[in-house]
Structures are given as C-alpha cells and as structure tokens.
Design a binder for this molecule. Structure first.
Ligand SMILES: [Zn+2]
Ligand SMILES: [Zn+2]
Length: 747
C-alpha cells in the first residue's frame, strides 16, 4: 500500500471513485432483468436558481443514500430528475443580469450539475432535462390541450389572487397566509379572464387514497400531513334553505346543532353570491372586497371582511337568518355556503359580534359523539374540501406558451396538436415590466386555426406549477424516445409509479396536484396502467436547513455554501454530516459540530481499517489462543448481526440519521472487541484479526449509501472487486468467522 493512501485524503479518493463511476456508467438506469425489482427514486426538481444550497444537499443525500441502498440489494434503480426551469426565479435573475432567461437557465444548470457530481450523487445524468426545452414544454402544451379537451381546464372571468410586486396571478398553493410565496408581499384579489385547472372532481379520491397511502406505511407523517392540510376536509351535514324564492344549500360541521343557526355565511366565490348581494351598498362593498379589500391573511374571524347582503333566508330552526358574505368560508370549507352557529362555534361567535342584525346568544354545549339521526329535517351527511380549482396562467413571458389562439369570431381556439410546440421566442429578454410576449407581433399575430381569420395568440404563459404537474414523468422515458413517446413509452410501465419521492416539506402542493393529474391521465388513457392514480408509492418529506436558528439568507450573512464545505472537508464528510445532524422530520440547524463529527469518524475509520488490513500479514494463527477468544468473536458476530439488521431497517424507512448513528456505534464495538482481546491475551490471534476485518468490511458496505467514495475505496483496498458489481454490496447477513477452524493455518 502506498503511503499516500494511509492518510485519509478525500479529494484524491473522491476524484478516483467519481471517475470510475462515470467511466463505467454505473448509474445509468438499467433495463430491468427478469425478477428484478424496479425502483424509481424521485428527488425534488430544482429551480435553476443559481447554486445548490444546503436544502438540496439534504434532499439529494437522503435520496442518493436510498438509491444506492436499493442498488446494493440488487434492484434496478432509476434515480433521475429534471430542472424546473421556467418561472419567476429564472426570469427575475435574467432581468437583473440583462440576459435572455434561456442563457441564465443553461448556465445555472451546468453549474448545479457540476456541484451534484462533485458531491457524488448517483443520478442518471443522461436523463436530466429542463422544463424550458422545446422538446419538453411541447408536452406541457400537449397536457394542457388534453386536459382542456376533457374539461379539466377551463377559462373563466374570475377572481384570482394577484401579486402587485410580481405582476402576476398566483395559484392558491402559492399564497401563504395571504402573502406571495415568492416575494412575501401581500396579495389581493382581482377579476380577469384566466385559465383554471379543475381539481375538484378528484378531491374525494385523493382523500380516500391518502387514507390507504397512510396505511401502506411508505408515506411519512410530514408528507401525509401536507396532503390532508391541502385537502382541508370538513365533515358535517348540508340542507336546502329558501328565502324569497331563492334556494341555497348550506353546510355545517355541527350536525346536531344546525337548528341553533343565527346567520348564513356565503363565500365571495360562491356561484350564487351575486343573486344574494342585490342591495346597492352590499354590492359596492362586495366589489371592494374582491378588488383588493380582501386579504387572505384575514382568516381571523375578528378582522376578516364581512358584508351583510341585507337579504335573509328561512333557517332550519324557523327563524329568518341574515345572509352575509365573507372569505372566512373559503378558509374553512372552500367556496361554499355555511351556517353561522355562534352558540357552539367560536369563529361564528366572533362574526356574530360584528353583525348588527344578529344577537350573540348564550354559549351552548355541543355533544358530537354517537350516530344520532340528523337533527334537522332534510339534513344529509356532507363533506366539504377547502382545496379548490386554481389559476394556472400568468402574465409573464418566461413560461410555456399556452397553445390557444384568441379569435374575435370563434373565441379561444386550441392550437391543433400537430402544430405543437408553440415556440417561445428564444431571444426573448424580459425587462420586468408588463408582458414582453404581448409586444411581439411575430408571436402574437396568427391565423385562427378554425376560421382562418386574423387572430391573436394567448400571451399568458403557464405557471411553472403546471409544468411541475408531470415533471416526475420524463426521467422514466429514454431521452431519445421523448419526442415521440413521452406518454406512451413502454418503460413508463416499468418505472411508474415512483417507488419513493424525496422532497422538501414545501412540496405538498406540487404533490397534491400531481396526484390529481395522474388520476386524470389514468381516466383519459395514457396512465391507465396506474389503477390507483397515484404517482408516488412512497413519499418522504424533509424539513429545511437553517443556520444559527434562522433561515439562511444573504441578508443575514448566514448562508452555508456547500462548495466551500466540500472543498474543505470532502463530499463524504458533508453528506454524512447532513444526514447525521437531524432526522428528516426535524429542521436541520446547521453547525460545524456535525461536520467535525463526520470528518473525525471517516478519518478514524479509514486509518483504523487500513492499519488492520496492513497488519494482517504479520499475524499468525495459534489454535489455543484462538480457542480462548472464540466467545469474544462470537459476541462480535452478534453485534454485527444486530447492527446490520438495525441499519437495514433504518435505511428502508429512510431514517438515515439513525442508520448513521448505528454505523458509528458498530464501529465503536469493533474497536471495543480489539481492546478486550488485547486486554485478555496481549495481542490478536490471526483468527481474531480476520473476524475483526470481516466486521470492518461489513461496516464499509453499510457505509456505501452515505459516504460512498471512502466506503468503496476501503472495499477496493480489501480486494472486493472494483467493477459494476461493486454496486451490489449491501450485505444480507453478517458473515463474521468465529470458529478457529475457519481461519487458515499459521502463516
Ligand atoms: Zn409576489
Ligand atoms: Zn376564428
């Protein structure tokens, strides 16, 4: 062994391993062999936003560990992704740099791929794609037309969330506590024609499936919680009321106390709201609410806007109930009508206190237990979901062009499929004001596909949330087949649904809508082979990475740069530290302690194992000595068996922090074994040394998913074959030689 290999030098080790992987093409998704399990591990799709950050490192370290583990067990693994390259982050960065977004995206992608390779992530890099490539967004346009044809996309003059700063409409998922997800400024509602994705037909099925996914055990609590939260299910009863000849169906979660209702709350998005707000003053107030007065953040019943329509309706208890409009309905039950029951409901109590026509009643008691009959005639079981259709178009230029022509004679006309893609001008250079697409006659002026007359292209583009609806699909299709067979290639049936999605816990909205669209494509045909309509058999969400107890930001000067960490400590140390520092459900508060721990562990393991490998040659075998320590070797074997079993369970559950802890513990025990033998006999017999070395190599095999470079280098040094088969190293059993007869005769 050369002296240089004695010291742990991550830079040299990592470069060597990465070269070997690349030369052999180890991580190309294989054609599955008969009987081989197919595992598609789906990492998050990064925005082309500049550089990898520590959140990416966390995400990909977990996903990579799982992908390597499954390869290690002999499964066929697809570990691939594409960049989410359209949208505001790239557009704003391009504006700042005064270059076309397409160039900025290409630069970012190259840089980020370089960072990923340096970290040793085992992606199938040949399958990487960009959502902003023509060959890619052609299929986003196909998806748009397909959903449009099946009435799952519609155009409506509607109230939408609007961000003044970003000059764009927002999907409901992009509004967090009344603020824009991107710029964090408050959003307001405006009315304009926009394109909607209809998700409501699939809410019930998403609800049912969420329950079965939970029972399946492959979705972690965090990801399930996001699905339930976005769905926003409320159970109760509904009943039909009538006032002045106008019928209205109202919902309440308080099934036993519906007769105590004091008023009726209407969502400003309720289809009948204009029928009820006929009073001139009420109309004016409602209009003000819609055009800016209503902030979604006003979920608090004491401050949320409330408009009394002046109209009344006959309530279930016989009394006339005032009809009031308030967005608090949306925040609780979706765009519906609900009974206000201040006697039992705190939010309704707060609303009642603000209404002139309602007296705040005595506080009642509610007994919700048991299967009692409906308390009010005509009441029937009902469920409401807060989730609702949302806008998918935006008034920005860096996005998938919507394949629709607006004709004065024919209205909106879909572009015929054979004319796709509608190409976004590649030299487009947004300035940050308005929509530059609308100012390009070469883009805008077209013939109507239907009547042949002069018409204009739709200049709204698709929100990148729409591209993301199917961003998990292309990796499963060989790149050369994507032009023709993106949704029909036979490999789709091999790899889908994805065995495991690993993503940040802010991905719940994406995942929810991906689940909806998978069901739609199942019913339409291309995904008929996915009977459940679920794109992900398993899902692991992880929390974010912060520093000094705060979110990392340039402003705070606490951004941890992965490149610097890797340059200083090596990729294996950084990966191990990120995995070790916290379980996925916990926020990772970054500190140097984890790096120091990981660096020390890897250095110790390296040196210790190399020394034991080198020292084996000089040891001889003495049957008496070996017999005297047999019980100790047997204990070592048991430790190894227990350790391997624990580590395997941990990785199967993607609880990588536990796996790393169990690996470090096993290493302590292996060292402890040597100390005990030396204490008893002064030195190791060859039988002891061979058992110990077997234990160390077992440890190295279990370390491959977490610190792949150093772990593989140790295995190679010990003579484990350095070929593609080195990938299949996960030990099924701990084979530690115990009996002295297993050791060769004295040398
Ligand atoms: Zn904004
Ligand atoms: Zn026309």
């Amino acid at each position: 062994m050369s002296e240089s290999r004695k010291n742990y030098e991550p830079r040299a080790i990592e470069a060597g391993r990465q070269e070997a992987w690349e030369q052999r093409g180890d991580f190309a998704a294989p054609k599955p062999k008969g009987g081989q399990e197919r595992v598609y591990v789906k990492p998050s799709s990064p925005f082309t936003s500049g550089n990898l950050h520590m959140g990416h490192v966390r995400d990909y370290s977990i996903g990579d560990a799982y992908a390597r583990f499954r390869r290690g067990r002999g499964d066929a693994v697809l570990f691939g992704f594409g960049f989410d390259a359209f949208g505001l982050p790239a557009e704003l960065a391009a504006i700042e740099r005064q270059e076309p977004p397409a160039e900025w995206v290409a630069e970012c992608g190259e840089r980020m791929l370089g960072q990923m390779k340096r970290l040793g992530f085992s992606f199938d890099y040949d399958r990487v794609f960009y959502s902003s490539d023509e060959g890619q967004y052609r299929w986003s346009q196909w998806l748009f037309l397909t959903l449009l044809e099946h009435d799952l996309i519609y155009r409506a003059d509607a109230t939408v969330d609007w961000c003044d700063t970003c000059q764009t409409t927002l999907a409901s998922i992009q509004v967090e506590d009344g603020r824009c997800w991107r710029c964090h400024n408050e959003v307001r509602l405006i009315r304009r024609p926009t394109w909607f994705l209809r998700i409501t037909p699939y809410l019930e099925e998403n609800d049912r499936n969420t329950q079965s996914l939970a029972a399946g055990g492959k979705w972690d609590d965090l990801s399930l919680a996001t699905q339930r939260y976005i769905l926003g299910r409320a159970d109760g009863v509904e009943l039909d009321l009538e006032g002045d000849g106008r019928p209205l169906t109202v919902f309440t979660p308080h099934r036993k106390t519906a007769s105590l209702a004091s008023f009726v709350l209407l969502s400003p998005r309720h289809p009948q709201v204009d029928e009820w707000a006929t009073d001139a003053g009420a109309r004016e107030e409602l209009e003000r609410m819609r055009s800016g007065g209503w902030e979604r953040s006003a979920r608090d019943a004491r401050s949320v806007p409330v408009v009394d329509t002046g109209a009344s309706i006959a309530g279930p208890g016989g009394a006339d109930l005032p009809v009031v409009v308030s967005p608090i309905v949306d925040a609780r039950f979706g765009p519906t009508a609900a009974l206000g029951i201040p006697a039992v409901d705190d939010a309704d109590r707060d609303i009642a206190a603000r209404l002139d026509r309602v007296e705040v009643p005595e506080r009642g008691e509610e007994d919700e237990g048991g299967e009692a009959p409906p308390p009010v005639a005509g009441a029937r079981d009902a469920t409401r979901y807060r989730a609702n259709d949302f806008s998918i178009s935006r008034q920005r230029s860096w996005g998938t062009p919507i394949p629709v022509v607006l004709c004065e004679q024919c209205g909106p006309v879909p572009v015929p499929e054979q004319d796709l893609p509608v190409v976004l001008p590649r030299d487009l250079k947004p300035t940050g004001e308005g929509n530059p697409l609308a100012e390009r006659p070469d883009f805008v002026d077209v013939e109507c596909p239907e009547c042949g007359g002069a018409a204009k292209r739709e200049t709204d583009t698709l929100d990148c949330h729409f591209d993301a609806l199917w961003l998990w699909v292309p990796a499963a299709v060989p790149p050369e087949a994507r032009d023709e067979q993106m949704f029909t290639h036979p490999d789709l049936q091999e790899w889908l649904p994805s065995e495991r999605l690993v993503a940040g816990n802010d991905s719940g909205g994406f995942v929810f809508d991906q689940r909806v669209v998978t069901k739609a494509l199942r019913d339409i045909g291309p995904f008929a082979f996915m009977g459940e309509g679920e794109p992900f058999a398993g899902c692991l969400f992880h929390e974010m990475v912060i520093a000094d107890g705060r979110k990392m930001s340039k402003h705070l000067g606490n951004v941890v740069n992965p490149d610097e960490l890797v340059a200083e400590h090596g990729a294996d140390t950084v990966r191990l530290a990120v995995l070790y520092a916290a379980g996925p459900a916990k926020t990772l508060n970054w500190n140097d302690g984890a790096v120091r721990f990981a660096a020390r562990f890897l250095r110790n393991l390296w040196t210790y194992t190399q020394d034991r490998l080198a020292g084996l040659e000089g040891l001889s075998h003495h049957p008496d000595a070996a017999a005297d320590t047999e019980h100790m070797r047997d204990r070592l074997r048991k430790w190894c068996e227990a350790g391997l079993s624990r580590i395997t369970d941990d990785v199967e559950q993607l609880q990588m922090h536990k796996a790393v802890r169990n690996i470090t513990r096993l290493f302590e025990r292996i060292q402890d074994f040597e100390k005990r033998v030396v204490k008893r006999r002064g030195e190791l017999d060859r039988a002891d040394a061979e058992a110990q070395l077997a234990a160390l190599l077992l440890l190295a095999r279990t370390l491959v998913p977490f610190a792949p470079h150093v772990a593989e280098e140790l295995l190679v040094a010990a003579g484990v074959a350095d070929g593609a088969e080195a990938l299949e190293v996960w030990p099924e059993t701990a084979e530690i030689p115990v009996s002295p007869s297993a050791a060769p005769a004295s040398s």
